[in-house]
Design a protein around this ligand. Structure first.
Ligand code: SF4
Ligand code: SF4
Length: 382
């Protein structure tokens, strides 16, 4: 068997550095993935966050000279917090999805992959690697699936029997040949719980997803959030875990195996009002190390404004009026207008009237006019 001894040593080493699962696969073309990505591209189901060149995503030989194998790793992450911090009237909190708890997982997994590279290199100096986590060309889920780490569920995530879908994935292409592990059989069967639970209908069945309809994507965009998602956002500041939470394979799964992945409740369930006035420096210090800050503070502030509007938080009116009248970013002004119309009251109305006179951005102006109209219809004129 090719490099069987080395494979066993790599597995043992990976385990010793805190990798929960490791799998090996050949470096052939990913045919099923190509079909899936082509279908998604043709039906406008991609978000634009994905690596743009399909050929590079499905053919390792395009991005690596003479690839022989791909090694996939999975690290389990926590599912539960102590749950000490709860929202109260006037002190509403938003939530970050689990993949943003603790230190950015990209950093943690890259370190593990670098350690494994160094371990192999010491034994085989001619070994070459290309490692990636999430943002690389390859699909982490497709690689892990083929390497036998788990199966791709109808929620499009990789599900492992041991840790459910609460695993971070990474992989490395190498010029070394290893015997491939066996892929796992599909475990979803007739279950459709994730599809039924998705608040936006983004899961289309057969493992397909309309990426742009997914709230996880919507929480990360920088423009105005389309109106149909605003109420469905609920209290999500970043990401969405609904299709993981309902999955039967995640029931009872909660692993705390990496201290750096432990969530700090005040950061993953932050108070919303202070987020509206947070300075760049404070934002970087507080949220910078988290995966959920990668798009900067604007999407999170926009989401915080929407959540405050949904909760009809009267105590947030002064901060929202400030956003509406003073913020230099049209998206923040327009979103504040929307939420003020949800909360209502004379102060909100007067602020919207003043904002309508001053607004120069077309999109924000449209939001303000719509907000005024909705407020007048709801409460009559002031
Ligand atoms: S993350 Fe949320 S919105 Fe996206 S597919 Fe899953 S349940 Fe639906
Ligand atoms: S909820 Fe059911 S269908 Fe969806 S991923 Fe989990 S097992 Fe599969």
């Amino acid at each position: 068997m090719v490099n069987a001894q080395l494979k066993a040593e790599i597995k043992a080493y990976a385990q010793s550095i805190g990798v929960q699962k490791i799998g090996f696969t050949h470096a052939d073309y990913f045919q099923t993935l190509e079909k899936r990505l082509t279908f998604a591209a043709e039906h406008d189901l991609l978000t634009g966050f994905e690596h743009p060149v399909i050929k590079e995503r499905v053919d390792p030989s395009v991005i690596f000279e003479e690839p022989r194998s791909i090694i996939a790793i999975a690290l389990a992450y926590p599912n539960q917090t102590d749950n000490n911090l709860r929202s109260k009237r006037g002190e509403w909190r938003g939530v970050f999805a689990r993949a943003s708890w603790g230190v950015d997982y990209h950093t943690i997994l890259r370190e593990k992959l670098a350690l494994i590279e160094a371990f192999i290199k010491e034994k085989v100096p001619t070994a070459r690697f290309k490692s990636m986590v999430d943002t690389g060309e390859l699909s982490d889920v497709a690689v892990a699936e083929r390497a036998g780490i788990g199966w791709r569920g109808k929620n499009t995530l990789l599900i492992t029997p041991e840790f459910g879908s609460f695993v971070y994935l990474g992989e490395m292409i190498t010029n070394l040949e290893f015997e491939a592990d066996e892929p796992m059989a599909d475990g979803c069967g007739e279950c459709t719980q994730c599809i039924k639970a998705c608040p936006t209908g983004a899961l289309l069945g057969e493992g397909r997803m309309d990426g742009k309809e997914c709230l996880s994507y919507q929480t990360q965009t920088k423009g105005m959030m389309p109106e149909r998602f605003r109420e469905k956002l609920h209290n999500r500041l970043y990401g969405c875990d609904t299709c993981q939470v309902v999955c039967p394979y995640n029931r009872g799964k909660d692993f705390h195996l990496h201290p750096e992945m432990e969530p700090e409740e005040a950061k993953i369930k932050p108070l919303l009002k202070p987020l509206l006035t947070i300075s760049n420096r404070e934002f970087k210090e507080t949220f910078g190390p988290m995966a959920g800050s990668w798009r900067g503070k604007k999407p999170l502030q926009r989401n915080a404004i929407l959540i405050l509007g949904r909760y009809k938080d009267q105590t947030a009116v002064p901060d929202l009026v400030n956003c509406l009248l003073e913020d230099p970013r049209p998206v923040i002004r327009g979103t504040a207008a929307y939420s003020l119309s949800k909360i209502g009251g004379g102060i909100a109305y007067d602020a919207l009237i003043a904002a309508e006179k001053e607004e120069t951005d077309a999109e924000a102006y449209q939001e303000i006019s719509k907000a005024l109209l909705q407020l007048s219809e709801k409460e009559g004129s002031y």
